[in-house]
Design a protein around this ligand. Structure first.
Ligand code: 4AD
Ligand code: MG
Length: 460
């Protein structure tokens, strides 16, 4: 017999005569002649209430069922007698697939997020984390759907690479334990040349590869894991995160901003329309203002201001920031949050940053001092998107590389794209975990990725 998913069963509006549910016991309550068992199968937030009669043949075992045990339930779904749920299942038969011992850590009580991080292998079995990871899955699907609808092609860019897109020195170097192990002339292991005799690292961004494909297929995107060796313990940084990176040929900075704004609004609306039940849990238990925040983002027109103007606002604000605000300095997350949460109270796109604080590939503006960069900052998160128009002029790009101490030999292929049919093009990267923090109201990035990679966190 086919297994029914609880999510599907609860969508029906009629009793179902014969069903089979497989899932895990959340709670059990024994009455005199029967028991109530709440079963969850992960397909949705809701449990199915199972009513099992004391005359059932293995009732003496069913009575002992513990939280976390796995069961297969056969029976019929009928209108529930009690309050709290529309349907319940009258079981004709319950097979105990496995009995969990009383040491199962997720007994019915509230657990802190800090504790649940120490059992990241079990936390998806809680309501909150089940909801987070269902939303994560839905949103990943929505990303592909969004781009496909607009004629973008999905490009698989490499995870192992010889280049450093951002030039920020946050690379994880690759090493191998397979012989022949590269050695330096003085007999030590040469970790710098471990990719079959060449230097390699984990990618920090798929952008440079995606650019090559934008210059062939027009509009492309990549969506995959990226890595940053920043040893920082913040609630917004992980060493391994997923990034959505569109890259568009014949697109300028304004077009890039439009795409970023449209994408963010679309993904939020999609979650509100398609994950209402899971989202309601966060609006109720995590952030009471969540729905207002999300509606406000979808309905607002994002503010667009140049970097200079943003700095002026911050200087005038007289806020006691921990990091000083100065023309030419990078914006810190506290500055971004002041602008988006306190000053404008909506998302802000900051553009035209000083070239000295941005990577080599961004397009130099006519003033010779700023580049066509754009960051999108949003309430509670700060930077959600970082992007730019790319430098498409070969001579300017070569100068920019020289002033960033990058050797043209290593980037010969990138330079060739500016030699053969170069066109204005733009793109950006949107941090998928930061998006999930935004839509769920969850305040720590470690709680929206299945197994977070942060300093000290590698065991799962
Ligand atoms: O601003 P970033 O560094 O931009 C790039 O890497 C560009 N090459 C992207 C492009 O234009 N195709 O990173 C983009 C976004 C940030 O705005 C942030 O949302 C996220 O990636 N991000 C991180 N998320 C979690 N943990 C980290 N350590 C992150 N670093 C960046
Ligand atoms: Mg950035």
């Amino acid at each position: 017999m086919k297994r029914h998913k609880i999510a599907e069963l609860l969508k029906t509006d009629k009793p179902v005569g014969s069903i089979l549910i497989k899932g895990w016991v959340r709670t059990k309550r024994n009455a005199k002649t029967f028991s109530f068992i709440e079963v969850n199968d992960g397909s949705c937030l809701k449990n199915m209430q199972i009513v099992v009669d004391g005359k059932t043949s293995n009732y003496h075992e069913i009575k002992k069922l513990t939280t976390g045990s796995a069961v297969a339930v056969r029976g019929k779904m009928v209108p529930s007698q009690g309050g709290g749920q529309q349907w319940e299942v009258q079981a004709t038969n319950i097979d105990i697939i496995s009995m969990a011992p009383e040491t199962f850590p997720l007994q019915k009580k509230r657990h802190t997020d800090e504790y649940l991080r120490t059992i990241a292998h079990l936390r998806p079995r809680t309501n909150k984390y089940g909801s987070i990871f269902r939303i994560r899955s839905e949103l990943a699907y929505a990303v592909h759907h969004f781009f496909r609808e607009r004629g973008f092609r999905y490009i698989h860019t490499p995870v192992i690479t010889g280049s450093d897109c951002e030039g920020a020195g946050e690379l994880f170097r690759l090493t191998t334990l397979n012989p022949p192990i590269p050695m330096t002339p003085d007999g030590k292991i040469d970790y710098s040349k471990d990719f079959f005799g060449m230097e390699s690292n984990l990618t920090v961004s798929g952008q440079l590869s995606a650019e090559m494909f934008a210059l062939a297929l027009g509009d492309v995107y990549t969506f995959g894991p990226t890595f940053r060796a920043e040893n920082s313990n913040t609630s917004r940084h992980v060493a391994e995160f997923w990034m959505i990176e569109p890259e568009m040929a014949f697109c300028d900075l304004a077009g890039n901003m439009n795409m970023g704004e449209t994408l963010i609004k679309h993904l939020i609306s999609f979650t509100m329309d398609n994950c209402a039940e899971d989202l309601a849990l966060f609006a109720r238990f995590v952030d009471k203002t969540l729905m207002n925040t999300l509606e406000n983002i979808v309905d607002s027109e994002f503010v667009r201001i140049p970097y200079q103007a943003a700095i002026d606002i911050l200087l005038k604000s007289k806020q006691p920031f921990s990091f000083p605000v100065a023309h030419g300095a990078d914006l810190q997350s506290e500055h971004e949050r002041y602008l988006t949460e306190k000053h404008f109270k909506k998302p802000v796109i900051i553009y035209d940053y000083p070239k000295t604080i941005k990577p080599f590939y961004m397009r130099l503006n006519d003033d010779g001092q700023t580049v066509g960069a754009m960051d999108i900052i949003v309430p509670r998160i700060g930077e959600l998107v970082g992007g730019s128009q790319r430098e498409e002029r070969l001579d300017v790009l070569e100068q920019q590389m020289a002033s960033s101490d990058l050797s043209p030999e290593n980037y010969w292929w990138y330079l060739e794209s500016r030699r053969f049919g170069t066109v204005p093009h733009s793109g950006f990267g949107l941090g998928f975990e930061r998006l999930l923090m935004l839509v769920t109201g969850v305040s720590n990035i470690r709680d929206v990725i299945p197994f977070p990679r942060t300093p000290g966190n590698i065991e799962f």
